[in-house]
Design a protein around this ligand. Structure first.
Ligand SMILES: [Fe+2]
Length: 294
């Protein structure tokens, strides 16, 4: 099924498990998918928001795992770049920047190990996906509706530097790409980023992130959750495969090796652990944050 904009639409039911940014981290991806299974989610209730491949050591294995899981997956800029054999990861990093140098390393690694069949599958992933979750319709995107590689951080929404497009027929957006989990409401639209399931959130912990969605009539409950996994194995595999760089260290330290893309507000809270939190949104009504869990 597709809507008037030819965006595919799927009926999820009343709850969903959302993750993204697996970043070639097989151990973390396995842990997150196991968590979804333990919580009783079926493949039709699981959403992946892109960037299954990136910094870590097992891109082919991670892509295979997500493909075999049969979850609803959309294209991230990393899939786009590898699938279409573009010049770089597509994040738009400045030439010569730390991010540019670090991304080139994993990008070349992915080019060598992702096979033609996987690239073809990645080419066919939708860039947008609408999910019907009870009374809510949420549009899954990677960066923003405007650009697959646009970074939106919590402070961008809070400070009004970015306002989501006020599109008709949807209650908000589920996005990925930026790697920091958060939920917000602006202009009567929800904006939810489940964080990265394969890379820490620059908060000084090795945890990775996912989100649980549950709708009940006019209410949508979103829980941003974290997970511990065997990050030492993931880092060891990176080093064995020639990716002995700051991202291998980051898997344990929880601190990103480059803060080039971060706004000042997020740079200032580097190393401060992010707490899991639960938000309740009312359909086109103001957001209420649960004070006990925030
Ligand atoms: Fe991305």
């Amino acid at each position: 099924m597709a809507n008037s904009k030819n965006i595919p639409t799927v009926e999820i039911g009343v709850r969903a498990f959302v993750f993204g940014g697996s970043c070639s981290n097989l151990q973390a991806t396995e842990a997150v998918l196991n968590r979804a299974t333990d919580l009783g989610f079926t493949a039709n209730e699981i959403i992946f928001t892109g960037d299954m491949i990136a910094y870590c050591g097992q891109p082919a294995e991670t892509a295979h795992l997500i493909r075999q899981a049969g979850v609803h997956a959309i294209m991230g800029n990393c899939e786009e770049s590898i699938a279409f054999e573009l010049d770089d990861c597509g994040c738009g990093f400045a030439d010569g920047s730390a991010c540019d140098a670090l991304s080139q390393q994993w990008f070349n690694h992915c080019l060598n190990v992702i096979d033609a069949d996987t690239r073809l599958w990645m080419q066919q992933l939708p860039r947008f996906l609408d999910i019907e979750l009870g009374d809510f319709t949420l549009r899954c995107i990677h960066g923003t509706p405007e650009a697959i590689n646009e970074f939106i951080f919590p402070s961008d929404i809070a400070a009004g530097r970015y306002t989501p497009r006020n599109e008709d027929g949807i209650d908000g957006y589920i996005c990925g790409h930026s790697g920091i989990p958060f939920a917000a409401e602006v202009s009567n639209k929800v904006w939810i980023n489940s964080g990265s399931a394969g890379m820490p959130a620059n908060d000084g912990t090795s945890r990775v992130w996912y989100a649980l969605f549950e709708s009940a009539q006019i209410k949508l409950k979103v829980s941003i959750e974290s997970l511990d996994y065997d990050h030492e194995v993931a880092a060891s595999i990176m080093r064995k495969r020639g990716l002995d760089n700051g991202y291998a260290d980051c898997l344990s330290s929880g601190i990103w090796p480059s803060h080039d893309v971060l706004p000042a507000e997020e740079r200032q809270i580097t190393g401060i652990p992010i707490l899991p939190s639960t938000f309740t949104f009312k359909k086109k009504i103001a957001t209420v944050q649960d004070p006990q869990l925030a």
